[in-house]
Design a binder for this molecule. Structure first.
Ligand SMILES: Cc1cc2nc3c(=O)[nH]c(=O)nc-3n(C[C@H](O)[C@H](O)[C@H](O)COP(=O)(O)O)c2cc1C
Ligand code: SF4
Length: 262
């Protein structure tokens, strides 16, 4: 679908060459999905706010598409960036190209080494601009902002600032699936913080089971649903994060606080 939305899509069969024609197939797919699942089922889409490739779509194109999606009745729009095959590294013979290996891919999943700023909240200007266009057109469709969001402060600021209506987090949620709950409980000090070095992405690139390098710090911690510790196929990595025992941590915290106050 992203290729159809690209400004590089010059198809002459009615599905390319102009913004209206480029958005046609994604709209047809959405209408077909909606027809199948009915009005009560949440259907939205992930789309690129900027393709970050030469001659590719920019935020103005994305704002137009987003407005058309909102008008069609999508329930949310999640804004990503880059990650294109166009500038991906040439794969080895017999291997598939991986879209996060070129400059546009680096923008999609920015690491701490990314140039031109930091990885933190890097895509929010895109979701903000798209949200403004959708609102100006009279639609209240929720916009999801994502990309380098891994702290309560950044997430809260993005929402308060009008950058987005929802915050999405991929790597931070992989590093610590309980982090949202920890934030809700005001226990941010217990969050296992993503270090944005893309060890997980490297595994995905090689089509290996995706795990987080931080999980291995708790290699021997018991798994929640089995007696054995679940390991990756190569037996070297934890396949699931170490469990977070909400109550146990709370008891430990109160014991620590009682001791410090004594
Ligand atoms: C291992 C891995 C695989 C991903 N695969 C996809 C994908 O298939 N489609 C997609 O839109 N984004 C994919 N992403 C990108 C994330 O959805 C997200 O946009 C990106 O990682 C930036 O957000 P973050 O900083 O919260 O991780 C992937 C991310 C990771 C870490
Ligand atoms: S491996 Fe873990 S810590 Fe590293 S980027 Fe991925 S989620 Fe974050």
């Amino acid at each position: 679908m992203a290729s159809f939305l690209s400004r590089k899509n010059e198809r002459a069969d009615g599905y390319g060459g102009s913004p209206e024609a480029r958005v046609r197939l994604p709209l047809e797919v959405f209408r077909a999905v909606r027809e199948r699942v009915g009005p009560d089922y949440c259907v939205g889409c992930r789309m690129l706010g900027d393709e970050v490739i030469e001659g590719g779509s920019r935020v103005e194109d994305a704002s137009f598409y987003a407005t058309r999606f909102a008008e069609a009745g999508m329930d949310f729009l999640s804004i990503s960036k880059g990650g294109k095959f166009d500038d991906a590294k040439q794969p080895h013979v017999g291997e598939a190209a991986y879209p996060y290996t070129g400059p546009s891919g680096h923008e999609c999943m920015p690491t701490v080494r990314i140039g031109g700023g930091t990885p933190f909240g890097r895509n929010l200007p895109l979701s903000r601009a798209i949200r403004q266009s959708v609102r100006l057109a009279g639609f209240g469709t929720p916009i999801v902002g994502a990309g380098g969001i891994g702290t309560f402060e950044l997430a809260e600021h993005a929402l308060a600032n009008g950058d987005c209506d929802y915050v999405g987090a991929a790597r931070q949620s992989l590093a610590d699936p309980d982090w949202w709950r920890k934030l809700e409980l005001g226990r941010g000090d217990e969050v296992r913080r993503c270090i944005f070095t893309n060890y997980c992405e490297g595994l995905d690139q090689k089509h290996r089971q995706v795990t987080c390098q931080l999980w291995d710090r708790d290699l021997a911690a018991p798994d929640p649903h089995s007696d054995a510790i679940a390991m990756s196929h190569d037996g070297k990595r934890r396949l699931v994060p170490a469990p977070w025992d909400e109550v146990r941590y709370r008891v430990r915290f109160f014991a620590w606080r009682a001791k410090s106050c004594a």
